[in-house]
Design a protein around this ligand. Structure first.
Ligand code: PLP
Length: 401
């Protein structure tokens, strides 16, 4: 009998009991709005900000309504204006170019390498086109951050990091999100801590963070924040900055705080699952694994592999055969955007020239989620199924049938 997998690739773990209890307490007292506090009370949102800042060693943190909102706020706080060009990854998720479009910016796409990171040579060639880079650590792959920062610093390009897939990750020991002027995180259900929707923004830059706090809808209550610059920094900024409400509420913060405390434990569990899939797929003919550099401390919450230079029909056959055995794979090379996968040439509001090297990588790029509800046996089973189906299609292909 052929083995079938029956787990769900979209099923997350429940909210920890501690988070449910804290959320219940917020609902009992009814003060869900972050600035609705009684004398001496510190809001859950303010505590989350303080704890997240401490966890990555940032001076300031702001909790907001979504990861996308964190990115638009960072772009605005960096002074990006209507018509400005913003460098970003050709291989990322739709909310990234969407954040640039939201502030009236024009994305300039930078290519992806076979290691699934931003192509630093392509970046170097395009640095004179903009003074901001919205860098997406897409699918948790971190480029050589030392080289990237050297290039951007020399060209006076401000870096904003999209860390939706790298919360808990680092490059050479520096937490992801700590090299750029801002680091942006998502707490949406499919990311590393889950509040349904939500986002976090970090920075060491006092003026930039004061602007971000005003933008998020703080009214004149910025002194209720704990991971914020002192009130004096707001002296002018409070008059100059529009309120574009996108706050986080206490209910979400209450759910997130216990998850944040357990983040390192989750990272270990994800990486154990990742290692099982990686081992199971080693030396599969026709399949290329993505090398992970020693300097990269990644979080294996999803897995990617390449079927390099395969025909579209052959890749589609693998996706289809795996799906019939319960293994849901996403393909970034499909002609039409589907589910969560779209690509730079799907975003037609942001015209781009063809990128042949990037197209070649994306054409063979296959992706799967590894939710923590899967155990190690599940991961071994998934790898066996992919290995078998890639093998079947690859052999048929090499026989020319
Ligand atoms: C999910 C995601 C975001 C934005 O997160 P939302 O909270 O859904 O707005 C940004 N970048 C990447 C790469 C993502 O996957």
């Amino acid at each position: 009998m052929t083995e079938k997998f029956t787990g769900s690739f979209t099923q997350q773990e429940p909210i920890p009991a501690e988070g449910i209890a804290a959320a219940n307490a917020v609902m009992q007292h009814g003060r869900l709005h972050r600035y609705n506090t009684v004398d001496g009370e510190v809001a859950e949102v303010a505590l989350l900000e303080e704890e997240f800042a401490a966890s990555v060693g940032a001076t300031y943190c702001l909790a907001v309504a979504s990861g996308g909102y964190a990115m638009t706020t960072a772009l605005r706080a960096c002074g990006v204006q209507h018509g400005d060009r913003v460098l970003t990854n050709a291989f990322t998720l739709a909310p990234v170019p969407g954040a640039i479009a939201a502030v009236g910016g024009v994305p300039v796409f930078v290519g992806v390498t076979e290691d699934l990171v931003i192509d630093l040579d392509d970046l170097a060639a395009k640095l004179d086109q903009s003074n901001v880079l919205l860098l997406s650590h897409m699918r948790g792959h971190i480029c050589d951050m030392d080289r990237l920062m050297t290039l951007c610093d020399a060209a006076n390009v401000t870096v904003i990091e999209d860390c939706a897939h790298t919360m808990g990750a680092h490059w050479n020991g520096v937490p992801s999100g700590r090299r750029g002027r801002f680091g942006c995180y998502s707490t949406q259900t499919y990311k590393h801590i889950n509040s349904g929707e939500g986002g976090l923004l970090i920075s060491d830059d006092a003026e930039g963070m004061a602007r971000a706090i005003m933008l998020s809808g703080s009214y004149m209550l910025f002194d209720r924040h704990r991971a914020a610059p002192p009130p004096a920094v707001f002296a002018q900024i409070k008059y100059e900055t529009p309120n574009i409400s996108g706050r986080m509420d206490n209910l979400r913060a209450a759910i997130l705080r216990p998850q944040l405390r357990d983040l390192q434990g989750r990272v270990q569990r994800w990486n154990a699952r990742y290692a099982v899939v990686e081992n199971g797929l080693k030396e599969t003919p026709g399949l290329r694994l993505v090398a992970r550099p020693a300097a990269e401390g990644f979080v294996g919450s999803s897995f990617q592999f390449l079927l390099p230079d395969w025909s579209a029909d052959a890749v589609a056959a693998v996706i289809d055969r795996c799906a019939r055995r319960g293994v849901t794979l996403k393909w970034f090379g499909g002609a039409e955007p589907a589910g969560f996968t779209s690509r730079y040439d799907s975003w037609r509001y942001a015209p781009s020239a063809p990128m042949p090297t990037t197209d070649r990588v994306l054409a063979g790029l296959v992706d799967l989620r590894l939710p923590l509800t899967f155990d190690l046996d599940d991961c071994a089973c998934i790898a066996r199924i992919i290995r078998a189906e890639v093998g079947t299609v690859f052999q048929a292909r090499s026989r020319g049938s």
